[in-house]
Design a protein around this ligand. Structure first.
Ligand code: EPU
Length: 417
């Protein structure tokens, strides 16, 4: 039987907790190892299922990966396979991040088409359109994207929508292209900036990461480097909500407060007391949160990856809130589980109307994706009685030892087989 989390709710969390490095920065950073014969060393790689999957994928492509605790060394002296197999891509969509580096360095790449996932259709057309602009020839063969190019050539790429991994893939490909590439409408997420930092330390010439216009002067070769991955702003936000929803007093350390400013602003609107210092945020939960309306959008807007967690808090607010999801078309699966715990939530298309209830009741609930799992854990922490969250393998994809961190804050939470 897959593991589950058993939570006895109602304990206000207290104490201090340090966040891990960001999953969504670690995954592209690891794939940058494909761009050079020299080793890349990352000092603080979180121990997560998605990271393990990415390491396995890199190994199938020819990487030698050594892991000692949080330190991971990736070296790809030679690309020995150009195939990212369906078995791996279907378990982790971020596998598509190998496409750009592979075609740039190796001249060919075969990457299984990821298809849909629990939170939506999620096509990769913008990745492919951008690579085509860089001169790659793209075909679809037996469920695989095949990209071929002798040497990519710099180009102006305007993406039709803001895509995080799309921007990362194109930045990596363009780093080794001949000439200058400009990506317009680029994603501005801190994880994109972190990848640009890795690439620049490897010898790339990337300017403007963190803005909507990224300029990349291609270079002939990239070298090795050592890098510390940016803190996980979504883990930070999740733990901050844990402090707020339990009416606790929690200090989250090791984060970059600017990376969570949209989340902090929304929490303040909900009456959550926050104290922000360098690399830390202290949160004191209100008696009862105030309602708020929120619409997800790309960074620096309110992140889709915090939507489920905020909805859990709003479910207990003193009034009606409205949550609109604009990034993914099917990211309300937590709502039905929250209703099983006593929440009053109606969804219509991309909007959820949440009428706050005074408390949640513990219940058996089922996780459906990574952030939905986190939302259910938060509900369990606040609920009266016992909550059992099953299918926690979703949580393990992206949170490092979350239950241990919450337990250290006083939560009664236990993993059971
Ligand atoms: N999209 C397209 N075509 C494309 C690319 C994207 O239509 O070629 C659409 C997607 O279907 C989606 C929207 O554009 O509706 C935004 O997708 P984006 O490409 O930005 O998402 P992603 O790069 O696949 C990353 C994170 C997600 C996070 C989103 C949005 C990684 C590895 N994943 O995904 O993280 O939700 O950006 O911020 O960086 C998570 O950690 O739980 C997670 C899902």
């Amino acid at each position: 039987m897959p593991a589950r989390l058993v939570i006895e709710g109602g304990v206000p969390l207290r104490g201090s907790v340090a966040v891990s490095a960001a999953k969504n920065a670690a995954l592209p950073a690891l794939t940058a190892g494909l761009l050079t014969v020299e080793p890349l060393v990352f000092t603080n790689v979180p121990d997560l299922q998605d990271v393990r999957t990415m390491i396995r994928l890199l190994e199938t492509l020819g990487a030698a990966v050594d892991r000692a605790g949080a330190r991971v060394r990736v070296r790809v002296e030679r690309v020995t396979s150009e195939v990212a197999p369906y078995e791996l891509v279907s378990t982790m969509r971020a596998s598509v991040l190998v496409l750009g580096p592979l075609v740039a360095r190796h001249g060919t790449a075969r990457v299984a088409l990821p298809g849909g996932c629990a939170i939506g259709v999620r096509p990769i057309d913008q990745h492919l359109k951008g690579l085509t602009r860089l001169g790659a020839e793209i075909t679809i063969e037996n469920g695989y994207v095949v990209a071929r190019a002798s040497r990519l050539k710099g180009a102006r790429i305007a993406t039709d929508l803001v895509t995080v991994t799309g921007t990362e893939n194109l930045m990596m490909a363009a780093a080794l292209a001949e000439g200058t590439t400009v990506i317009e409408n680029a994603a501005r997420e801190p994880e994109v900036v972190d990848l640009a930092d890795v690439l620049n330390a490897m010898g790339a010439r990337i300017h403007g990461a963190g803005t909507v216009r990224i300029e990349i002067e291609g270079v002939a070769d990239l070298g090795g480097t050592t890098h510390t991955i940016v803190p996980d702003r979504i883990e930070a936000g999740t733990v901050i909500v844990a402090g707020a929803i339990t009416g606790g007093d929690v200090t989250v350390t090791g984060l970059v407060p600017d990376h969570v400013s949209a989340v902090l602003a929304k929490l303040e609107e909900c009456g959550v007391a926050l104290e922000v210092g360098p690399g830390r945020v202290r949160v004191c939960g209100p008696e009862r949160p105030r309602p708020a309306d929120v619409t997800t959008s790309p960074f620096p807007g309110f992140p889709t990856d915090m939507q489920a967690q905020l909805m859990t808090l709003l479910g207990l607010a003193d009034g009606q809130s409205r949550v609109t999801e604009t990034i993914f078309e099917n990211r309300f699966m937590h709502a039905a589980e929250l209703v099983r715990m006593g929440a009053s939530i109606e969804t219509e298309g991309s909007t959820a109307i949440i009428r706050g209830v005074p408390f949640y009741q513990g219940a058996p609930v089922m996780a459906s994706d990574l952030r939905a799992s986190a939302a259910l854990v938060l509900a369990g922490l606040a609920a009266r009685g016992r909550t059992e969250v099953s299918r926690v393998y979703h949580l393990d994809r992206g949170y490092e030892r979350l239950e241990a961190k919450l337990a250290a804050l006083g939560a009664r939470i236990e993993r059971r087989a």
